[in-house]
Design a protein around this ligand. Structure first.
Ligand SMILES: Cc1ncc(COP(=O)(O)O)c(C=O)c1O
Length: 347
């Protein structure tokens, strides 16, 4: 049934067959991939191509996350997964996607690049999912509904029962739950529901709680048939050898990630308390994430003032429902106190 969502011609597409597709062992005389057998100019043994399917990482992630290795796709950031998912299911000029603004910008950008129409079901004023708005937008050509939970830029989780109701109502559309910030929330991942819903895709990333944004590694968890298609259309060696090594190292240290999460949550609490005391702050939206969406009396001016102080926050004033809002990422104790001091000195 998931096959009916995938663009038909991709099902029969013959993908590039890489040299390392034919033999997955580590031992042997490798004369198959036109590599330099002597070494790397940089040092660091980078002369061999990496595993195109990253099985060692997927096996580790499988026990950590409770998904089968075949249900996992790894990409150059979850941004790669976003792009490939749209390519995998949407016919340009014919199909459309539904997004829930205000939300992460790349869903629309990737759709625009593919010339896939984007329909908006705007969240309500508390940034909650408005089911009626989704029903009003979704039509027979809607192939995917993108839900960011916890949402960027508002920071809140989207109610699970609403996500489930969409999964049930639209078995022939992909429901994508982007969990880039799930580690900061007190809620389980939707990964546990993969076997229940064929149309579910969960995105996660090593860029946030894991502190590895510079490495560019993200994940999609989905039905194995869909993952097979993503593997067909990705670049052959989309995750470089250094990234693969570092991810394997990180997966040996899950406790460190958990400690970072606790630290960031504690800082989020302190930052919230300090910000709300400022007279220029009108409101702070509740956050299950590592970001606070803050409504100021005059956000544009505050933003420019902070920039002048070399404190860089994200101006969201032109984003729907975010009038006079600045998005602030939770920093270290000293970064946050620099921000608060600067805001105390404003005007
Ligand atoms: C909701 C959301 N999804 C995905 C991403 C992209 O993450 P990655 O660094 O894995 O490409 C971001 C980055 O800010 C994000 O906010």
């Amino acid at each position: 049934m998931i096959k009916s969502i995938i663009r038909p011609y991709l099902l029969n597409l013959t993908p590039y067959s890489s040299a390392r597709d034919e033999y997955s062992g580590k031992e042997g005389v490798f004369l198959d991939a036109n590599e330099n057998p002597f070494g790397s100019v940089s040092g660091g043994k980078l002369n061999r191509y990496p595993d195109p399917y990253q099985w060692e990482i997927k096996n580790k992630l499988s026990s950590l996350k409770g998904a089968q290795p075949e249900q996992i796709f790894l990409g150059n950031g979850s941004d790669e997964a976003i792009d490939l998912l749209i390519k995998a299911v949407c016919e340009p000029h014919i199909d459309n996607i539904v997004i829930l603004p205000p939300t992460y910008g790349m869903y629309k950008v990737c759709a625009d690049i593919q010339q896939v129409k984007v329909k908006s079901a705007i969240l309500n004023s508390e940034f909650k999912l408005d089911l009626e708005a989704v029903y009003a937008q979704a039509d027979e050509h809607t192939k995917m509904i993108w839900i960011c939970s916890p949402n960027n830029p508002s920071g809140n989780l989207i109610e699970s029962f609403k996500i489930e109701s969409l999964l049930e109502k639209y078995p022939n559309k992909l429901i994508i739950v982007d969990e880039a910030y799930i580690d900061f929330a007190d809620q389980n991942s939707f990964i546990s529901k993969l076997d229940k819903y064929e149309n579910l895709v969960v995105l996660q990333t090593f860029s946030k709680a894991w502190g590895m944004a510079g490495l560019r590694v993200g994940m999609a968890y989905a039905n194995s048939e869909l993952i097979t298609v993503l593997n067909k259309i990705k670049y052959p060696y989309n995750l470089n050898l250094l990234s693969q090594k570092m991810i394997l190292k990180a997966l040996e240290n899950v406790n460190t990630k958990d400690k970072y999460v606790e630290k960031i949550k504690a800082e989020r609490f302190k930052l919230f308390k300090n910000l709300i005391e400022l007279s220029i702050v009108r409101h702070i939206f509740p956050s299950d994430s590592n970001q606070l969406l803050v409504k100021f009396k005059n956000a544009k001016e505050v933003f420019l003032y902070l920039l002048d102080q070399k404190i860089i926050v994200r101006d969201r004033t032109n984003v729907v429902l975010c009038e006079d809002c600045i998005r602030i990422s939770v920093g270290t104790a000293s970064e946050n106190s620099k921000l608060i001091k600067a805001l105390q000195n404003y005007k």
